[in-house]
Design a protein around this ligand. Structure first.
Ligand code: SF4
Length: 322
């Protein structure tokens, strides 16, 4: 593995729950609880889990669009949790985000040219003429034409709008892109085109990706390693092929057995995921998955398993392996 680009340690985000006449704090939602992982230069780390598992909150915290409650985020050897707004702006040039819904994230009153120019203006990059040139070049890079520059977001299809979202993220030539469900709002036929574009751009610009999604099929396609989150914690992390071919955590096994395999000859042992996701405001004691796990033991109800390396590069948080 190459050098680390981003190191996350013991990251937490607790949202307060308030109630009563004086809006007193009466509890908290543990959206992200003790998350630790590293992203290496040039790789794609997929993060998967059901909705409400904390994956999107994690993505936003890495850019400090949401402030962490506790923990450390080190980007290129610099701790970013304590940076001032001004210092943070410099770092954000190198870390950009692609959102799920490009329509909601693109200003409907601005032309594509203005949308793409904006990050350059914010970071004080280039003269007006140079910025314009960069916008036209970037449109070509993401498979759009220069004639698209004067159009507005509503004049594009969903796939084209996501290309604009990707182009905007690339304008400052970042090192890390955090893509939060970037293809889940698109038709299946368009998803592959956008994923292929992301892969091509990764090679062309030497990008590192954190790819957040609930769809395990999509994540496998693009990721070198995959981390599985459950109720705000990472429960398994491994190389993509290892995770998909020999998952260890019962939650990962259940998620994978729900993914349809287009081969009528293929037989797999199905492990159904029963019960609803417990509330992060009141997570189960011990292993947070114990209320839905068919392999649950007594220790699981009282003691929280920690994420441990059980084989080289394969981390699991489960008492079956500890
Ligand atoms: Fe299941 Fe226990 Fe492992 Fe949790 S720790 S996943 S309850 S076996």
């Amino acid at each position: 593995m190459t050098e680390p680009l981003l190191q996350v340690k013991d990251l937490k985000k607790y949202f307060p729950i308030t109630g009563g006449v004086f809006s007193k704090k009466i509890g908290e939602v543990k959206a992200v609880d003790d998350l630790t992982f590293t992203v290496y230069k040039g790789e794609t780390l997929g993060i998967v889990g059901e909705s409400g598992c904390g994956k999107s909150t994690t993505g936003r915290m890495l850019l400090r669009l949401i402030e962490p409650t506790e923990g450390s985020i080190v980007f290129e050897n610099q701790e970013i949790t304590n940076l001032s707004k001004q210092e943070l702006r410099k770092v954000r040039r190198d870390m950009q985000m692609v959102f799920q819904d490009p329509f909601a994230s693109l200003n409907p009153r601005h032309t594509v040219e203005k949308i793409l120019e904006e990050p350059l203006v914010v970071h004080g990059i280039g003269s007006k003429q140079e910025r314009k040139k960069k916008v036209y070049e970037m449109l070509e890079v993401v498979g759009l034409g220069s004639y698209h520059a004067k159009r507005y977001p509503h004049q594009f299809s969903g796939g084209q709008r996501q290309r604009i979202g990707i182009a905007r993220a690339l304008m400052t030539r970042p090192k890390l892109i955090i893509a939060d469900e970037p293809v889940s709002a698109l038709d299946v036929s368009i998803q592959a085109q956008v994923l292929n574009l992301l892969e091509d751009l990764q090679k062309e610009f030497g990008l590192t990706y954190i790819f957040i999604a609930h769809d395990l099929g999509v994540v496998r396609h693009i990721s070198d390693r995959v981390g599985v989150m459950y109720l705000g914690r990472m429960v398994e992390l491994a190389d993509s092929d290892v995770l998909y071919e020999s998952p260890k955590h019962p939650y990962t096994k259940a998620l994978l057995s729900a993914v349809p395999i287009p081969d009528p000859e293929y037989q797999q042992e199905r492990q159904l995921l029963t019960g609803d996701l417990p509330s992060p405001a009141n997570p189960p004691k011990g292993c947070a998955f114990h209320t839905r796990c068919s392999a649950c033991m007594d220790i699981c109800k009282t003691t929280r398993p920690t994420l441990q390396e059980v084989e080289k590069g394969h981390y699991v948080a489960c008492h079956l392996y500890q």
